[in-house]
Write a protein that binds this ligand. Structure first.
Ligand code: NAP
Length: 294
């Protein structure tokens, strides 16, 4: 990075807030934009410039990082007269860290290529706690040299940068990893429901898992309190995992592959979402297990 990086961060939600904070802590010059302006106040207090629009942010910076909800949110910050694309300048860099669809990511990569903008397809593995502790795993797609060049920026937010291949390989890998996360979470919820139905304490499941070295998985620990206390404060909100499950199923269908377990998990998440639980942690599916799936 010969020109000193001036980073513009878009999307200060659960993940983006913590990630942008870690860039500030690492000493980078960071400017921010967020649709809901109140979320920028703590950054302004730290001396970060707050841009009024994504375009104004892109004009200030040579690297733009996006961490927004989904393709619709990405389109809102990228397109139109006030979008990032309208201020794209050759030599600048866009790093998308949101989880989008592979198709949308491929189209972003093409737009950037045509504009002479470097593009990194870099979703993350790890949730709120990992984002806060700069322990995310970066699943990086794009040109290998571009990934290496921007690794210092990525490493300020995470523990490792894993090169996945040309874009949208980062997104493709992210969907595979989230398939496992979605199934593990649902498995915990179903096991707890079955334990309760048989009159045994669900806590015994977690004790067994912890005592068996082959099953002692950090993720189970992360979700233990949610399942046992039946409290679901958002770490990874259900609405985002449902979005990702739809991307998984759409990708599989395109390749004539069936994912029967993922399809069942998606139906359960859909039911939970329709019960009004979209903003809660995805482990909230536990609440819907007593009712038959439609
Ligand atoms: P979040 O808390 O819901 O934050 C979403 C961000 O997107 C907010 O800054 C929001 O702005 C912005 N946004 C949404 N719609 C917008 C629009 N139409 N125009 C402009 N900005 C818009 O989400 P998150 O949990 O940080 O997740 C962000 C991304 O990372 C998602 O793609 C998610 O799948 C992925 N991810 C999440 C986790 C996790 O554990 N949470 C882990 C790995 C990956 P406002 O503040 O104005 O609402």
């Amino acid at each position: 990075m010969s020109i000193p990086p001036r980073i513009g961060f878009i999307g200060l939600g659960t993940m983006g807030r913590a990630m942008a904070m870690n860039l500030v802590k690492a000493g980078f010059t960071v400017s921010v934009y967020n649709r809901t302006r109140r979320r920028t106040i703590e950054f302004a207090d730290l001396g970060c410039e707050v841009a009024a629009t994504p375009r104004a942010l892109a004009k200030l910076c040579n690297i733009v990082i996006t961490m927004v909800s989904d393709p619709a949110a990405m389109e809102a910050v990228m397109e139109g007269p006030e979008g990032v694309s309208s201020a794209f300048a050759g030599g600048n860099t866009l790093i998308n860290m949101s989880t989008l669809s592979p198709d949308y990511t491929a189209s972003l990569a093409k737009t950037c290529f045509l504009a002479g903008v470097n593009f990194l397809d870099c979703p993350v593995s790890g949730s709120k706690g990992a984002a806060e502790d700069a322990q995310l795993v970066m699943l990086a797609g794009g040109e290998k040299e571009t990934v290496e060049k921007f690794s210092p920026v990525l490493k300020a937010m995470g523990r490792a940068v894993l090169y996945a291949g040309p874009a949208p390989a980062g997104t493709a890998l992210k969907l595979c990893v989230n398939l496992i996360v979605a199934q593990l979470t649902t498995a915990l919820a179903e096991a707890a429901a079955l334990a309760q139905a048989q009159g045994i304490a669900p806590a015994l499941i977690f004790k067994t898992l912890a005592l068996n070295p082959s099953l002692n998985c950090g993720y189970f620990d992360l979700k233990k309190d949610n399942i046992l206390k039946k409290e679901f404060p958002p770490a990874f909100p259900l609405k985002h995992m449902l979005k990702d499950a739809r991307f998984m199923l759409a990708e599989a269908a395109k390749k004539k592959l069936t994912l029967p377990v993922t399809a069942a998990v998606a139906s359960l998440m859909e039911k939970s979402y329709n019960s009004g639980y979209g903003e809660k942690d995805l482990s909230v599916v536990l609440r819907n297990l007593a009712e038959p799936l439609g």
